[in-house]
Structure formats: C-alpha cells, structure tokens
Design a protein. Sequence first.
Length: 38
Amino acid sequence: MLIYVKYKFVIGGFDFLVYKGLDITSDEVAMYWYLHFK
C-alpha cells in the first residue's frame, strides 16, 4: 500500500459488495486506487 502513496495514487472508492458475488459470507472490502494524470 505504501507504494501507492509514494507514487501519489489516491483512494477513489470502496466496494463492500464486490466479493459477496463470490462468497455471500465474505466480509472483505475492495479498495480502488486511482492515479490522476495532469
């Protein structure tokens, strides 16, 4: 995770349901990182 911060990625969102499609009992959360281009 530190490499994302080092290269100035930002957290763009979270998804609490993406892994429920694979396993309904899953409590995992997907975290999406984005890099803004200038």
